[in-house]
Design a protein around this ligand. Structure first.
Ligand code: 4G4
Length: 182
């Protein structure tokens, strides 16, 4: 069963304004990323159309601005995709979380997040790295950058290929690669 074009276009006509951006959620769309989330927050009015059953009448595509997918998998409906996108956008709105938190997010700097610790200093024989207890901000910054690079190198090498590394990052990556050969 497919969603018909006429009821959806009627609905669009009823709610669309000059500032609306109309997005169709489908597995065939362009993949939603943090970069896309940052571009979507600039729209004053976002309309997310959720398909169900087996999708839409093909002609719907002429009435939307773009098609987006949240990943290469199939859902029974686009609603959870719409919630995913909403959540990613809402947390970028002013006042939801601090600017520093965004800058630290994975994908904002193109790297995975560095390891983080809470108390106690030792749990089940596992210690918080000494450098983090040292209070030496420059060493901590460098350690975090290196561990971000290490995680990305080991888990998401595809992200490193896309990222332009500066001299410090290049140097740290070479260290990591030689450490991993031992
Ligand atoms: C449009 C066409 C989005 C919408 C077909 C929607 C996955 C995503 C749907 C369908 C969705 C995604 C029923 C397959 C609704 N599934 N990856 N399902 N299907 O963003």
């Amino acid at each position: 069963m497919l969603l018909m074009v006429q009821p959806i276009v009627d609905c669009l006509k009823a709610i669309k304004t000059e500032s609306s951006h109309v997005v169709l959620l489908t597995p065939q769309g362009e993949t939603f990323t943090q970069k896309k989330a940052r571009s979507f927050v600039h729209f004053d009015h976002l309309i997310l159309i959720c398909g169900h059953y087996e999708g839409f009448d093909e002609r719907i595509r002429d009435y939307v601005d773009e098609e987006v997918s949240i990943g290469d998998f199939v859902l029974t409906g686009g609603e959870i995709a719409a919630m995913t996108i909403s959540d990613a956008l809402i947390r970028l709105l002013d006042g939801v979380i601090t600017k520093q938190s965004h800058e630290d997010d994975s994908f904002e700097n193109g790297l995975l997040e560095y390891p983080q610790y809470t108390r106690p200093i030792e749990y089940d024989g596992k210690r918080v790295p000494d450098v983090l207890l040292s209070g030496h901000h420059e060493n901590i910054r460098k350690w975090r950058l290196k561990e971000s690079l290490r995680k990305t190198y080991l888990k998401r090498p595809d992200l490193l290929e896309k990222k332009q590394l500066n001299a410090e990052e290049e140097h740290l990556l070479i260290e990591i690669q030689s450490e991993n050969q031992k």
